[in-house]
Design a protein around this ligand. Structure first.
Ligand SMILES: CC(C)(COP(=O)(O)OP(=O)(O)OC[C@H]1O[C@@H](n2cnc3c(N)ncnc32)[C@H](O)[C@@H]1OP(=O)(O)O)[C@@H](O)C(=O)NCCC(=O)NCCS
Length: 227
């Protein structure tokens, strides 16, 4: 059974997750203006959407209310560290308490912020939060085969390709596969060990959660997921 969690307890969402390049914060209503700009962008839509062309303003507004402000998913705004410039959004949806898994999404909507390492770090922070702090087991995602920048960012964070929907998308005059990628907690732990890092240290500046044992992390996950 797939359990689509309605994440009621927003206390289990971090207020902030700090990295070296970016700071992830909860969305605020004023971020809607940026959301509209990002999701009206034709190139963002080309890279990330099945449909041909961007969302309508009405779709974006609904998406923002449900995803960024609502409790359907855990969505964080991506800010550049230092300047605080808002450049994008990243999220977990389909939080599945029965199987300890979640689906990951990211959009850096400001094009001039592409290729600076922000997406890779935001993804790593989110994966560390899910698999480390919250004790989930698996994070997965989907990406179009032609989106090389995204695939490289995900690979750098430890995701591996586990499958492909062959010729699932028609774009730029030809068929492309949609790749399924995932990372397991064991792989994240192994990667951290290889880099000489502490896999149990939280990604967030949330020192209070440092050193939580396995049972405590699972408890947090269960409460996050409303179980
Ligand atoms: C995909 C995305 C999150 C990546 O974040 P980013 O900050 O732009 O990427 P990074 O700077 O972290 O770089 C990621 C990798 O892509 C590489 N890269 C950068 N520009 C590239 C380009 N034009 N073509 C191919 N690879 C590129 C980088 O070298 C890096 O790879 P490496 O670590 O092997 O060197 C971001 O570009 C984005 O949101 N794009 C628009 C929406 C989108 O595609 N979302 C994902 C849908 S699945």
């Amino acid at each position: 059974m797939v359990y689509r969690a309605s994440v009621a307890g927003r206390t289990w969402f971090p207020d902030v997750i700090e990295g070296r390049l970016v700071v992830l914060r909860r969305h605020v209503p004023d971020n809607l203006t940026a959301f509209r700009r990002w999701y009206r962008d034709a190139e963002v839509a080309r890279l990330a959407r099945y449909q041909d062309g961007p969302m309508s303003i009405e779709e974006i507004d609904r998406f923002f209310q449900a995803r960024a402000l609502g409790g359907e998913s855990m969505t964080m705004a991506i800010h550049v560290r230092g300047s605080e410039r808002l450049i994008g959004t990243c999220a977990f949806s389909q939080l599945d308490a029965d199987n300890g898994s979640a689906l990951y999404h990211i959009t850096i909507g400001e094009r001039d912020a592409w290729g600076h390492g922000y997406g890779t770090e935001a993804t790593r922070l989110m994966v560390d939060h899910a698999l480390g702090t919250l004790g989930l087991h698996r994070v997965s995602l989907s990406v179009f085969e032609f989106n090389e920048r995204a695939i490289r960012a995900y690979a750098a964070c430890g995701f591996t390709v586990e499958g492909r929907a062959r010729e699932a998308i028609w774009r730029d005059g030809r068929w492309w596969d949609e790749l399924s990628m995932s990372i397991l907690e064991t792989e994240r732990r192994r990667g951290a060990q290889e880099r000489g890092e502490d896999a149990d240290a939280p990604a967030a500046s949330n020192g209070a959660r440092r050193g939580l044992d396995e049972r405590a992390r699972r408890g947090i996950a269960a409460r996050l997921l409303g179980r």
